[in-house]
Design a protein around this ligand. Structure first.
Ligand SMILES: [Zn+2]
Length: 278
């Protein structure tokens, strides 16, 4: 699944090709994505200019004078920049052809991605129902220890589950959450209310580090993520716990364990990440 670093890399990757370009054609080959793509977009978007390419959470926002096109890559989506005469292949559902003779193309085999329209008449994009409840950006100033401590200090819920809730933190996908908890020496089942401000500080620092490192390296997770230039877009980051159950801990050689928390596999070292009972 594309996580925040992959989306950030996609956003930065497409930006130079897309920003300030005029949309010549918006082509819907298969509009049955997570939500149906609005058919009027083929007309609405024609001859509009993409003023900016930005990201909020895992949404890529293409802002035009008429409104904002919100792209989400879902479970298996990817965006590529191609010469506009490149024939489509299977699962190439949406094309945005641009006046620089390129096409921004969405491929999504599982079709959990989305292409949504927010008309300028509906006001600021920040108030969109899918964006307004999102936590602050994880690499912004608003995401700090005081914020996290206030959010979780009364929660009788495992910290792993809390940090994967995008109303508390955006961008801590499963791999990043497991790795950040290992680096912060916090057991994934520790209840939110057991973490003091210092532990929150540590956790924030390690979440930010793991995200920054992944963005730097090109994103970790995705076997079907393609960089806009068509090359495989991920580096295998050094993972300490994720996917390493049964193998020795990189720090202490204790065997890494796997547990399921909210239907997601979690990996941890029982020695480096002791469960705090009090
Ligand atoms: Zn260990």
């Amino acid at each position: 699944m594309p996580e925040l670093p992959e989306v950030e890399i996609t956003c930065k990757g497409i930006q130079p090709y897309v920003e300030n370009q005029t949309i010549m054609q918006f082509i819907i080959r298969n509009g049955r994505l997570r939500w149906p793509v609005e058919p009027h977009l083929t007309q609405t978007l024609q001859n509009t200019t993409i003023q900016s390419v930005t990201r909020r959470g895992k949404y890529i926002l293409l802002t035009t004078e008429k409104g904002v096109l919100m792209l989400h890559l879902g479970m298996s989506g990817n965006l590529r920049i191609l010469p506009c005469d490149t024939p489509p292949i299977k699962h190439d559902h949406i094309d945005i052809t641009l006046n620089n003779q390129r096409v921004l193309r969405l491929n999504d085999p599982r079709r959990f991605g989305s292409v949504l329209w927010h008309d300028a008449k509906q006001g600021s994009i920040e108030n969109h129902k899918l964006l307004c409840k999102l936590a602050p950006e994880p690499l912004s100033k608003g995401f700090n220890a005081d914020y996290l401590y206030l959010k979780i200090k009364r929660k009788n819920v495992a910290i792993k589950k809390l940090i994967m809730n995008n109303q508390i933190i955006v961008g801590a996908g499963n791999i990043y959450a497991s790795e950040a908890l290992f680096n912060a020496k916090i057991h994934p089942l520790t209840l939110g209310k057991k973490l003091n401000e210092q532990a929150c500080q540590q956790l924030i620092m390690h979440i930010q580090n793991v995200l920054r490192e992944s963005i730097k390296q090109g994103g970790t997770t995705l076997k079907d993520f393609l960089k806009p230039d068509g090359k495989p877009g991920y580096f295998v980051q050094k993972l300490n716990v994720y996917g390493r159950n049964g193998q020795p801990c990189t720090q202490c050689c204790t065997t890494i364990e796997k547990i399921i928390i909210s239907q997601r596999a979690s990996f941890f070292c029982p020695k480096c990440q002791p469960l705090k009972e009090s």
